[in-house]
Design a protein around this ligand. Structure first.
Ligand code: REY
Length: 414
């Protein structure tokens, strides 16, 4: 189903409406859902955003070179991509675009295989490594507050934590530390690996110790090598510098100021607060039944991947970040200094950049945690955001398909 509506407050209403009224239109490939929406109120986003505080007022980045004009989202194309994900084995798929306060949504399949409840864009889910953007924002706020220096060694703040004093905070946040990703070994067999940690509670230092059993992947700063260990170190830094849990830091610095009412950090609790899509891990053995992975501590990831959120909240988060509401212009520029990952992808500090076929680049993160894949990206100015989610993981075809939501969302019809 596809639908569009205007203004943040109307989203939930539109979900209910789309469940009742839209499937036939979506299924028959009838005209783009935008045609049915009311006139967009240009300032509806502004009304729904948190009131600017002093940080925000000081923080708006200087306007960069104008971004290319965006084509209207292709909601029919977006819904077709979600349909492919379901055909490839995802129980359900959802996408929510916020374009300057006007929302477009598409859903396919179910949130719960037992009850058959249709998935909804209002459903909460585990965001996986999208959490890394939240952790980076907290640390960059601490840089703004002169409590942390990006080019200082991690060991200056956490004496003797790492075996190499040359590893800096910037190396860690850009995945250039060379710290081995302990999760590679943990999930070598996907289902038994998951079941072994589903209920476990790790300390950050235990996770770092797992990483340090293996040689570093590169000298500090020498290469990009994605590793959850880096964002476990980020969690340790947050707790050391703030004297608070990461939960409190996320809440006080991001969730509450942005009024992210669907966003939680419940570690080590195992449940997702209502209401949520159940997540199903795809076993490695072809044809084996999906494993309901919804309930877990996510202690293996914590500050690298344990946040729970919704599409609306992730759209709001990245729009606020890109719009200068969370960081000073200088720190946002630090976050957007790119290490090349491949020809169309860069990694900043807890932030990915994807270059699309239409010349538009988008900024956000991807997430993979047992049962859920997430894509959450926004434009340079935060004007248009997309969150797309499937409630399965360990399915490479579905992950590739989910990546294909970016083109219809930001480039429009082909
Ligand atoms: C962890 C394994 C992937 C997921 C990971 N996720 O590092 C971080 C991220 C937090 O980038 C698991 N894969 C799956 C396997 C592969 O078990 N054998 O797909 O559910 O979001």
């Amino acid at each position: 189903m596809v639908s569009a509506t205007v203004g943040r407050g109307a989203v939930l209403g539109a979900v209910a409406l789309s469940l009742l009224a839209v499937p036939a239109r979506a299924a028959t490939g009838s005209p783009d859902a935008r045609a049915t929406s009311a006139h967009p109120a240009p300032d509806s986003r502004a009304a729904a955003r948190p009131a600017p505080d002093s940080r925000a007022a000081a923080a708006r980045p200087a306007p960069a070179s104008p971004a290319p004009a965006l084509a209207a989202p292709d909601t029919t194309g977006l819904a077709a991509v979600l349909g492919s994900a379901v055909t490839q084995g995802a129980p359900g798929a959802l996408a929510l675009i916020d374009d300057h306060g006007r929302t477009y949504q598409a859903t396919r399949g179910v949130a719960d295989r037992a009850t058959g409840r249709s998935i909804s864009t209002a459903d909460r889910f585990r965001v996986g490594s999208v959490t890394k953007s939240f952790s980076a924002v907290v640390l960059l706020q601490l840089v703004d507050e002169h409590r942390l220096s990006l080019d200082a060694p991690v060991n200056d703040y956490l004496p003797n934590l790492l075996p190499d004093d040359r590893i800096t905070v910037r190396h860690v946040l850009s995945h250039r530390s060379g710290l081995y990703d302990y999760s590679n070994d943990m999930f070598a067999d996907s289902v038994s690996g998951f079941e072994a940690v589903r209920k476990k509670v790790f300390t950050y230092r235990e996770l770092v110790a797992l990483s340090l059993k293996k040689p570093r992947t590169n000298a500090p700063g020498a290469a990009y090598s994605y590793s959850n260990t880096n964002f476990v170190v980020a969690g340790l830094l947050i707790e050391k510098l703030t004297g608070q849990s990461v939960k409190t830091a996320y809440q006080d610095r991001i969730f509450k100021p942005l009024k992210l009412s669907d966003t939680f950090y419940v570690h080590p609790d195992m449940a997702i607060p209502e209401r949520f899509a159940r997540g199903y891990l795809t076993p490695d053995a072809a044809g084996a039944p999906l494993v309901d992975a919804t309930t877990q501590t996510v202690s293996w990831a914590q500050s690298a991947g344990a946040i729970i959120s919704s599409a609306r909240d992730l759209d709001t988060f990245y729009a606020a970040l890109a719009g200068g509401k969370l960081l000073s212009a200088g720190r946002l520029a630090d976050m957007e200094r790119w290490t090349k990952v491949n020809s169309t992808t860069g990694y900043g500090l807890g932030l990915r950049r994807r270059d699309l076929s239409c010349g538009v680049s988008v900024y956000g993160h991807t997430g993979a945690v047992q049962g859920y894949y997430t894509y959450a990206f926004t434009t340079k100015d935060g004007g248009r955001s997309l969150t797309a989610v499937v409630n399965t993981s360990n399915n490479a075809k579905v992950l590739d398909t989910l990546a294909a939501t970016l083109e219809p969302a930001f480039c429009g019809k082909k």
